[in-house]
Write a protein that binds this ligand. Sequence first.
Ligand SMILES: C[S@@+](CC[C@H](N)C(=O)[O-])C[C@H]1O[C@@H](n2cnc3c(N)ncnc32)[C@H](O)[C@@H]1O
Length: 269
Amino acid sequence: MNPHVRKNRELWDEWTEINVRSAFYDVAGWKATGRGLDPEVREALGDLTGASVLHLQCHFGLDTLRLAQLAAHVTGVDLSPRAIAHARALSAETGITARFIESDVYALPEVLGERFDVVFSSYGAIEWLPDLGRWAELVARYLKPGGRLVLVEGHPTMWMFDSDHPTELRVATTYFHGPQPIEILPTVGNYADPTAVVTAPAYSWIHDLAEIVTAVLGANLRLTALREYAHIVWKAFPFLVETAPGRWEQPPEQPRIPLMFALVATRPK
Ligand SMILES: C[S@@+](CC[C@H](N)C(=O)[O-])C[C@H]1O[C@@H](n2cnc3c(N)ncnc32)[C@H](O)[C@@H]1O
């Protein structure tokens, strides 16, 4: 295992315990209302009736269980033992059936051999992967001929801007990052809870849009949709305005940047 990915496993065990109790994920609200997948995700996924789905980097399984309500079989994979333990507990508690596998994405072929109609990943997933070319090869390996990759993510442009600036977009860093990880030292707060005490460092990799698309095309997948959104489904900057439940936009007087994208690519038959 990549040594930075190994360190990230400690981080994600810690973050999982924060996230599963957070208002950000609102597990209790989901249990009460059964709120489904975001419309952008539903549109990118298309019809899942009868489909087998592989959910990569499934975290503690909330979206995996939402997928399981639409598809025939869903398998969630995550690096974090704590995330997988919570996912299995949530599945047992709610009676929504899904299979969960604890694995580094890159080591998945050691434990999983079958193929799927859909490989899905979303929201803060690929930034934890050091090598997108290898990731795309793995995705292609897990797709049946005619199957599709569905990736819905924060837009790489967004990472250029200071996520703490209270009123407007301020460029904080470059759009282009090399292969070296960005190290974030232990701090108070994570994306789901600004008050949580975190003891593990984080290592992430910012992949620009050309790198993402090139990885997908390099794995011989055919790009069938690429959408950029001027809104996002979480409050990525303090000044974003919630214009509908779970839909965050820049104030109308500000110039817009893409905040989220959805990519669909098909494995040729
Ligand atoms: C931000 S979460 C994804 C959130 C998820 N889309 C959701 O809706 O809950 C990122 C997840 O990626 C997992 N992860 C990070 N690196 C990984 C790797 N190399 N292999 C598998 N999972 C990984 C983490 O454990 C974490 O659960």
